[in-house]
Design a protein around this ligand. Structure first.
Ligand code: NG6
Ligand code: CA
Length: 514
């Protein structure tokens, strides 16, 4: 009898320990954050696209959660990425607008960052892809030596990046602190104010361009691979990337990192370059979408995700890998090159059912595809929780039992339950930033855009800015397309949200922790 009781107790103990370690193991998934560049809400078939078919992302969405109200903080790249890394609204800090390719690092090295949360929890961390948050201490850096501080100084054990955007010099990769394939006999120099070196520019030699620059939008400085760039560079011929190979190069590094880290949990920030300009897909994708290079780029992106999923599968990692797939800002067609995005659009609607796009305070500026997939923990579904990419930091800190020190990541809210689909309740309030000031606020179903000077239509890119001299108030639940301005009908709501926006903007964040 006694023995039986003892056996039972031991059994229960084992069950408890087993259960604990299993759930503990599941609490520590690999995490891959995949960030597309300028991908719109309506660009994927799982978000309603009919002219483009994205089977791999559709599959990810079907077996995970497809969010319908998730946002980048901003409608351009640098600020959205700043917020993702720091958990802080970018407009709280000056100098967080779109950075030139020679900018200094803008992420503080003494505050908690997203990768640091993982590092503190014992994870291996890596970034592969577009950085666009500055490098080094100053604009005048030596591209031929060690370049720091950069990603490795803000929490990434390993980095394989390009510095800014694909349309900005220098058109080179960096692995950790050094330019890949740099050559002491052919030093790289970069200048954003004047021409340097003897490379032809797009302005002087438009006949050399394989991708025409759009008139009046720049992109006519140094020509690299037949494409005019923003900024001037000289030297580094061996190190210059081939545009058609950029995506595959990143994928190769990602697959290498994943397979090398089968034994230890990792956080991988995979920052894709598609479908940002200059769109230059691999040759085998050219012409495959029928929508020009922008469409081809999206098909390439989707294929890339399929490859990554295969790699995870082969390594037995699918179940316990938490994947978040999203985009840094809304879509744009003509962002500086005549690549068929406009002329071959063929009825495709990258902005989905919304107004605006990249650079805009209207919904398509920041509301982006957002897919969460973690077979071990997350049940498939659709969520309309209001979620900001900025909240990933605090949510992941919760998941990994990490404390975020006071004053760090002040705007990052812990919405782990919403992120994992266990609750439909996300943020109550979110501020949206178009191309400059934060002018819009969402609270519940309401969205308010404060009166703001500036053009209503950004002609070059063909996108509505959201600017208006009059206040705008929309009920997003009934009117996601922001068609019916209700400001006159609800003056009290306008007043309340205007005040809330002001309060949020001027809030002292030095001691906040949620
Ligand atoms: C803009 C560029 C645009 C793109 C963008 C950055 C001009 C006229 N336009 O300034 O081509 O590079 O910056 O895009 O220069 S982002 O997605 O990285 O924010
Ligand atoms: Ca972008």
């Amino acid at each position: 009898m006694k023995n039986k009781i003892l056996l039972k107790t031991i059994n229960v103990l084992f069950l408890l320990i087993g259960g604990f370690s299993a759930s503990h193991a599941q609490q520590r998934p690999n995490v891959i954050y995949i960030y597309a560049d300028d991908l719109g809400y309506g660009d994927l078939s799982c978000y309603g696209a009919t002219k483009l078919h994205t089977p791999n992302l559709d599959k990810l969405a079907k077996s995970g959660i497809r969010f319908t109200n998730a946002h980048a903080t901003s409608a351009t790249c640098t600020p959205s990425r700043f917020a993702l890394m720091t958990g802080k609204y970018p407009w709280r800090k000056t100098g967080t607008g779109i950075l030139p390719g020679n900018a200094a690092l803008i992420i503080p090295t003494d505050k908690t960052t997203l990768p640091q949360v993982f590092k503190r929890a014992g994870y291996a961390t890596a970034i592969v892809g577009k950085w666009h948050l500055g490098l080094g201490d100053s604009v005048n850096k030596n591209w031929n030596g060690e370049i720091k501080p950069g990603p490795n100084e803000v929490g990434f054990d390993y980095s394989f990046i390009f510095p800014a955007t694909a349309d900005r010099v220098p058109t080179v990769f960096l692995e950790n602190h050094r330019v890949v394939a740099s050559d002491g006999n052919d030093p790289i120099a970069v200048d954003y104010s004047k021409k340097i070196g003897n490379d032809p520019t797009g302005k002087e030699h438009p006949e050399l361009l394989k991708l025409k620059s759009s008139p009046g939008q720049g992109h006519d400085n140094t020509i690299v691979n037949g494409i005019g760039r923003i900024g001037y560079m000289s030297g580094g011929y061996r190190a210059r990337w081939v545009d058609e190979e950029v995506s595959a190069t990143f994928l190769f590094k990602v697959e290498q990192f994943v397979t090398d880290h089968r034994q230890k949990p990792f956080f991988l920030y995979y920052a894709l370059t598609e479908p940002h300009v200059p769109r230059m897909p691999a040759t085998r994708f050219k012409g495959t979408s029928g929508l020009g290079y922008r469409g081809d780029d999206i098909l390439q992106l989707d294929w890339t995700i399929g490859q990554l999923m295969k790699t995870l599968e082969l390594n037995g990692m699918t179940k316990n890998t938490l994947i978040i797939f999203t985009s840094d800002n809304g879509p744009v067609l003509d962002d500086g090159y005549q690549d068929g995005a406009v002329t071959q659009l063929s009825g495709h609607t990258p902005w989905g059912p919304m107004r605006g796009g990249k650079y805009s305070a209207l919904e398509a500026g920041t509301r982006v595809p957002f897919i969460v997939n973690w077979p071990a923990q997350v049940k498939p579904g659709v969520s309309d929780a209001l979620f900001s990419q900025m909240d990933i930091l605090a949510s992941v800190a919760h998941l990994l039992n990490q404390k975020v020190p006071n004053g760090d990541a002040p705007d990052s809210e812990d919405h782990l339950e919403a992120l994992l689909g266990k609750s439909k309740q996300g943020r109550s309030t979110l501020i949206e930033q178009g191309s400059a000031d934060p002018t819009a606020i969402i609270r519940g179903d309401w969205k308010y855009i404060k009166p703001h000077p500036g053009v209503a239509l950004m002609k070059d890119v063909g996108i509505e800015s959201g600017n208006s001299p009059a206040p705008q108030l929309y009920n997003l639940k009934d009117d996601i397309g922001e068609k019916k301005n209700l400001a006159d009908a609800y003056p009290d709501k306008v007043k309340e949200l205007d005040q809330l926006l002001k309060n949020e903007i001027s809030k002292n964040t030095s001691a906040i922790r949620h």
